[in-house]
Ligand binder design. Structure first.
Ligand SMILES: C=CC1=C(C)c2cc3[nH]c(cc4nc(cc5[nH]c(cc1n2)c(C)c5CCC(=O)O)C(CCC(=O)O)=C4C)c(C)c3C=C
Ligand code: FE2
Ligand code: FE2
Length: 327
């Protein structure tokens, strides 16, 4: 059967217009694996409490990072796809979980090229219900409805894969200033409840599972071991909290505000839950986070970019994908 690859990332609004941001947020937040309440309650939370005002604020944030070619997340994902395609002799497609190019479009493109056996690559190093699981649900849903003769498989989360740890470690080493007080690993957060659900599901199925929080801590542990950093030189925190539920801690915004009072004035920040720079890294961390840190008395803030289209990251992906192709 003819093989192909589908890279999948989260997705962005089609433009920075408030209406486009609202449509995007509606699709994203009405996903039951993102806001995991019964449908009616979710609909009320999203329509009454989030969608009236949040799109206005988010549209302003998107405007600060938008490029001539569109959203950074999509632009970097497209370049990554092109570079991986250049090195592979089977079709490589790209899709977004929300908005465009959709998963259905991505599978259709591969299908039109004769592909009937697809490896889906969720571009998230750590797995959790609001990322990897929802990609799998959507792909399987589309496959059952429209592509019954297509076989799909999924690349496993790679948060502890030695190849990934090496690429991430090298990307950090290249940007880490000589004199810094701490390297902050800021991961996207999730509600604590999502990890509790993962533990409960693992117990029921008797399968081993790492919570999302533990996967993040493991990525930090392996990278700092690779870089031989002493324990007092790094810290892990969780960003992008939404709503009033408790999310996994410690929170990045509080960490950045408290660092200077604790004598931590020169920092570098990396964001290993994201493989491509996006709103959450460029605006929330490298702009807002930097400003809050400096306002609290911080002196030096170095943002370490995501892997984006780094050559060693492209080569690593190609190595993994060829492993599947030749299997
Ligand atoms: C309940 C809400 C959210 C959960 C859970 C969540 C998990 C989660 N998200 C990412 C990756 C990204 N999130 C991005 C933006 C973003 N995330 C949420 C909410 C939740 N995320 C919102 C509302 C937004 C939109 C922006 C905003 O209004 O603040 C992005 C950036 C998208 C872009 O266009 O650049 C990414 C990437 C992960 C990895 C994750 C769980 C681990
Ligand atoms: Fe998010
Ligand atoms: Fe954010």
């Amino acid at each position: 059967m003819s093989k192909g690859i589908l890279l999948v990332n989260l997705g962005s609004p089609d433009s920075t217009e408030v209406q486009d941001v609202r449509t995007y947020l509606r699709e994203f937040l009405m996903d039951g694996k993102v806001i995991d309440t019964p449908w009616l309650i979710r609909k009320m939370i999203v329509e009454l409490f989030i969608l009236p005002k949040r799109p206005i604020k988010s549209a302003e944030a998107y405007k600060k990072v938008w490029t001539d070619k569109g959203s950074p997340l999509i632009v970097y994902s497209k370049i990554l796809r092109e570079k991986v395609q250049e090195k592979m002799n089977i079709p490589v497609g790209l899709a977004m979980r929300y908005k465009n190019p959709s998963i259905e479009f991505g599978i259709q493109e591969l299908y039109n090229k004769g592909v009937r056996d697809i490896l889906v690559v969720p571009l998230y190093p750590q797995y959790t219900m609001s990322t990897t699981e929802t990609v799998a649900d959507k792909v399987l849903d589309v496959q059952k409805k429209k592509f019954k003769d297509v076989n799909v498989q999924f690349l496993k989360a790679f948060y502890n894969h030695p190849d990934y740890i090496k690429v991430l470690g090298d990307s950090i080493k290249e940007k880490l200033p000589e004199n810094y007080d701490k390297l902050l690993f800021s991961y996207h957060g999730i509600p604590e409840r999502h990890d509790r659900k993962a533990i409960a599901a693992a117990k029921r199925s008797k399968l081993p599972i790492e919570t999302y929080r533990n996967q993040c801590l493991e990525t930090t542990r392996l990278v700092t071991e690779y870089l031989q950093l002493p324990e007092d030189k790094y810290f892990t925190s969780f960003q992008s909290r939404l709503g009033t539920d408790p999310w996994i801690k410690p929170y990045t915004d509080e960490t950045l505000e408290n660092f200077p009072t604790d004598g931590v004035k020169n920092i570098a920040v990396c964001t290993p839950a994201f493989v491509a720079d996006c709103l959450e890294t460029l605006e929330e961390i490298s702009m807002e986070g930097k400003e809050d840190f400096e306002h609290a008395g911080g002196e030096q803030f170095t943002y370490i970019p995501c892997l984006n289209d780094r050559e060693d990251w492209v080569e690593t992906l190609v190595k993994w994908l060829e492993g599947w192709q030749n299997n």
